[in-house]
Design a protein around this ligand. Sequence first.
Ligand SMILES: [Zn+2]
Length: 296
Amino acid sequence: MYWGVDLGGTKIECAVLDEQHQVLARKRVPTEAAKGMQHIISQIGLAIDLCRTETGSSPKQLGIGTPGSVDPQTGLLKNSNTQAINNQPFYSELQKALSIPVKIANDANCFALAEAQMGAVKDQYPDASVVFGVIMGTGTGGGIVIDGKVLNGRHGIGGEWGHAHLDASGGKCYCGDTGCTERILAGPSLERFYEEQSGVKRSLKDIYAAYNAGTDEVANQTMERLIHFFGLGLSNIINVLDPDVIVLGGGVSNLDILYTLGVESVKKHVFNPSFHTPIIKPKLGDSAGVFGAALL
Ligand SMILES: [Zn+2]
């Protein structure tokens, strides 16, 4: 059996899969992050206990997915949006509390792993060896899976394309840099661009509807800009990693133009006369995080 925990800012979910990746149990508890790291660890224990009761068995090892990553040098968790565990020895404390081996990876890596092993990639391109998973949602992230294993990298930031520089027009990012991919391609960044240009606040869904209706010049600009930078950003990945498949996730990945005009835009910047990297929609939705954690 595969045991996984998805640690989010507001909820913790534990899932148990069998060897055929069928779901045996799924339980959720609140994170209650404000109560601190030790409380979060005990909440993780509670979610595991609920699955233990349901399945009648105990984990021999556990995978954990969470925003952020463990710095391989210091062992401390970094870049998490759950502030209580940032810069803390969360990983070693958790292993101590659970007394089983734990593997931890960031949520974008878990997304890529789940879609590769039991989602859209598995269904459509089962022979794919190198998979790049992209999340374009509230933030922008990415994960690399090679032959069924996550590539963490020397700094634990493998696949982190969200903070690769894309264009100065993105402005200042919370990470300290400017013009990060996230500042241009994430949902809130697209909405911000629209608001700056038009003076009107609209949701991405509405902006996209206006673009499709052809009635709103700023909506056109917003989508044309998305298409341009989506092409530039993904072509950089392809020119370096040349993955067999790219799978998109997050709210922005629901926009159909990414799979038509977006792919055309990628093609323009790929360092090859022909271009045939499949860029596909995800299958698992919100479940990818906890399933990916189990597969770690
Ligand atoms: Zn950044």
